[in-house]
Design a protein. Structure first.
Length: 262
C-alpha cells in the first residue's frame, strides 16, 4: 500500500516512481476500504501482511500512518523505508505496533552513490544513521539493494557488507528500465549471470542471512524434486503482489506500473 507518493529526503537516480516529489496522501477512506476486504484474511492467517511502500511511508508522519493502519485487524504491518527519517520516536512507534522494517540501502558507501538526497549528495550516512537507531532499539530489519553495476568482482564484499550490517534477509534488484527510469547503459546478460554466481558463492561460504532470490530458487527446486503437491511456485502460474496506490488504484503484478496509463 502506498501511503504517499512523496519520497523524502531522497531522490534516488534509478527510481521508477513518477510522482516521488509530489505529496499525494492516501485518504483514510481508502485504507478503510482495503481493510474491510482483507481483515478476514488477517484474522484467519497470521502470515497475512500489509507492506507500506511506494514512496517514503515515514514522510506522512507517525500520527497519519497510525490512522492508516488503524482499520486493519489481525494483519502484520511492515514498512519499506530509506531509513533517513528514523529516529528514537519512530522506533518507539514501530515497536508499539509490532511493525516490521525493511531498509533500502545499496551496499557499502562506494556502491550506494546513486541513492542520493534532493541536492544530489550521497545519502549513505543518513541511511546508516537510521539503521543504527533500529539496532539501538534491538529492532530486526531486512534490506533491499538495487545494483546498477553488477560487477562480479565486488559481489563478495557487497554480501559481507549486509552480513556486518546485521539485517536478517537481503533482496537484490538489478536495475531495470521500468516506470520512469531509463538506465544510461545496458548491462550484458552474461555480466549479470556472473554477478549472481559470485553472490551465491559468497552466500554459500557464509549463509548467515537469507538471500531472497537464492532462497526462492532453492525452495522452488526442492518442491519440484520432492514432488510436493500444493506448493505455490508449482501450482500457480504467477504469484500476485497487489499494490494499492494512494488513490485506491490497484495493480496486481508490478508495483512500478502503479499510476501509469496506456
Amino acid at each position: 500500500m502506498q501511503p504517499t507518493t512523496l519520497c523524502l529526503p531522497l531522490d534516488c537516480q534509478y527510481c521508477y516512481l513518477p510522482f516521488r516529489k509530489v505529496e499525494q496522501r492516501m485518504p483514510i477512506e481508502v485504507a478503510q476500504a482495503v481493510a474491510a476486504s482483507v481483515n478476514t484474511w488477517g484474522r484467519d492467517d497470521s502470515r497475512f501482511e500489509v507492506v507500506w511502500h511506494g514512496g517514503e511511508p515515514l514522510s506522512v508522519g507517525r500520527e497519519y500512518l497510525g490512522e492508516l493502519m488503524a482499520p486493519f485487524e489481525g494483519v502484520k504491518h511492515s514498512v519499506q523505508t530509506n531509513a533517513a527519517l528514523i529516529n528514537d520516536a519512530w522506533c518507539e512507534f514501530l515497536l508499539a505496533r509490532n511493525v516490521g522494517v525493511g531498509v533500502s540501502i545499496d551496499g557499502p558507501e562506494d556502491m550506494n552513490t546513486r541513492r542520493v538526497n534532493r541536492g544530489g549528495r550521497p545519502a549513505h550516512r543518513v541511511i546508516t544513521r537510521g539503521i543504527e537507531r533500529l539496532k539501538a532499539h534491538h529492532m530486526p530489519f531486512s534490506a533491499i539493494a538495487v545494483i546498477s553495476d553488477p560487477d562480479p568482482a565486488r559481489a563478495a564484499r557487497f554480501y559481507e557488507f549486509f552480513v556486518d550490517l546485521g539485517c536478517h534477509s537481503l533482496g537484490v534488484n538489478v536495475e531495470e528500465c521500468e516506470g520512469v527510469n531509463a538506465p544510461a547503459r545496458v548491462v550484458a546478460p552474461e555480466r549479470i549471470v556472473e554477478f549472481w554466481a559470485a553472490l551465491t558463492e559468497a552466500w554459500e561460504a557464509n549463509p548467515i542471512i537469507r538471500l531472497r532470490e537464492v532462497s526462492r530458487v532453492l525452495e522452488f527446486a526442492a518442491t519440484v524434486l520432492e514432488g510436493a503437491s500444493g506448493s505455490v511456485p508449482v501450482v500457480r502460474r504467477w504469484d500476485p503482489l497487489p499494490t494499492i496506490a494512494h488513490d485506491g488504484g490497484v495493480v496486481i503484478l508490478s508495483p512500478e506500473l502503479s499510476r501509469f496509463r496506456r
